[in-house]
Design a protein around this ligand. Structure first.
Ligand code: COS
Length: 378
């Protein structure tokens, strides 16, 4: 698919921002181990933290194609910044899928006020096996009381509001899980261990602890014990966006690797003249173009109201495998310099890895794709 003119203009706006504000500054933030607040403030002023907010709460009313094309551009700049901004979409999908108008008002007005939200699914013993959530929500009069620890939560420390999956009927397994909205300033909510990550350094990741947190029953999303379905539908949505992140990294890699190969001279000529280098650049471009079409295809299905579970998993898997493969080969094109912190390539390689892991490992995605294949070909 070719993007329409309106989408191309939007993407260009974000690309200009990324080229002027993100690419020149992120290296320094990362070197100083500093959270990029000034940069995020500018991004928020542009509305990049409210891409999935409905128009009635001040959002831009984008299609999924537009949102994901923008996500690719931000990831081309830095996936830490991208994850911080787009984690708001991940956290918001359960509210968009199952929230009442009142819940949506509370949710999106809080994001407008506080800037960030977070999606609290993962726990120490509920990673790939998302249904093994141990956090509990117990009814007490007009309230629920939540207890448990969520781990690896993107935006955990900076979010003003969380979507949380908790068990409301232990014996029923995945069919006993319920989704909730919990504000950060409720008594008993605290931040635990902050993670020190290999890459994606400009996104903050932490535990979020719920210790006897009392929330009113009107904070329950959708139906009791149906939360797992809403969370799976959420991940179906967001995974194509992670595919777009993989494409964004791969795009940056091919740009940097080509620039380097054209100026690096060996044997009396630029290394871009050598076929072995050309083959690596060509393979990058082939996969980037394919991966881009995959996430745009999944996004088009979403926009047309068709089913997209398998296509989103395909876009996530191929897009993020492409990001990783391109980054590894980008380092190879640059040889010893690619391995040094003086160049961005080593950071791109560290950053790319997380995309094959978060929002469902690529092994889990292949399971989702295989289920789709088995249903499709009877
Ligand atoms: N959309 C709607 N419903 C879904 C669904 C989807 N994509 N996937 C599963 N469900 C439903 C099933 O239909 C089933 O309900 P019924 O019995 O009424 O049909 C229920 O959920 C349980 O499904 P299933 O048995 O397939 O669940 P599993 O426990 O086997 O888990 C996987 C399925 C592995 C796909 C799931 O746990 C998963 O996605 N894991 C990865 C988690 C993840 O992405 N973590 C990252 C955290 S966010 S950074």
């Amino acid at each position: 698919m070719i993007l329409d003119e309106e989408t191309r203009d939007l993407v260009q706006l974000v690309r200009d921002f990324v080229d002027k504000e993100v690419i020149p500054t992120v290296g320094e933030y990362e070197k100083n181990d500093e959270f990029p607040w000034p940069l995020l403030e500018k991004a928020c002023q542009m509305g990049l933290n409210t891409l999935c907010t409905p128009v009635e709460y001040g959002g831009p009313g984008l299609t999924n194609v537009q949102t994901f094309a923008i996500a690719e551009e931000i990831a081309r700049g830095d996936i830490g910044v991208g994850t911080t901004l787009i984690a708001n979409c991940l956290a918001s999908y359960p509210v968009l899928i199952a929230g009442t108008p009142e819940q949506q008002k509370l949710w999106f007005e809080t994001i407008n006020e506080k800037g960030f939200a977070a999606f609290c699914l993962t726990e120490p013993n509920a990673g790939s096996d998302a249904g093994s959530v141990q956090t509990t929500a117990v009814e007490d009069g007009d309230d629920f009381i939540i207890n448990g620890t969520k781990s690896f939560i993107s935006n955990g420390p900076i979010a003003g509001i969380y979507t949380v999956l908790a068990s409301t009927k232990k014996a029923a397994g995945v069919m006993g899980l319920t989704a909730f909205i919990v504000e950060r300033d409720r008594e008993g909510v605290s931040i635990g261990k902050e993670e020190d990550k290999m890459g994606m350094r400009l996104s903050c990741t932490s535990e979020v602890i719920f210790d006897n947190v009392r929330i009113p029953k009107d904070h329950m999303l959708g139906k009791k014990n149906r939360g797992f379905k809403y969370i799976m539908e959420t991940l179906d949505h967001s995974r194509a966006g992670v595919g777009a992140f993989g494409v964004g990294i791969a795009q940056r890699v091919v740009e940097e690797a080509t620039k380097y190969a054209k100026q690096r001279r060996q044997f009396g000529q630029p290394v871009s003249n050598f076929q072995s280098v050309q083959n690596m650049l060509a393979d990058m471009e082939i996969k980037i173009q394919c991966a881009r079409q995959m996430y745009l295809h999944a996004a088009t299905l979403m926009d047309e109201g068709k089913s997209f579970t398998m296509e989103s998993a395909i876009a996530k898997t191929f897009g993020t495998d492409t990001g990783m493969e391109c980054a590894v080969n980008g380092v190879q094109v640059m040889g010893g310099y690619g391995y040094m912190k003086d160049y961005v390539m080593e950071k791109l390689m560290r950053d790319a890895k997380i995309l094959q892991i978060y929002e469902g490992t690529n092994q889990i995605q292949r399971g989702v794709i295989a289920s789709g294949v088995i249903k499709k070909y009877r």
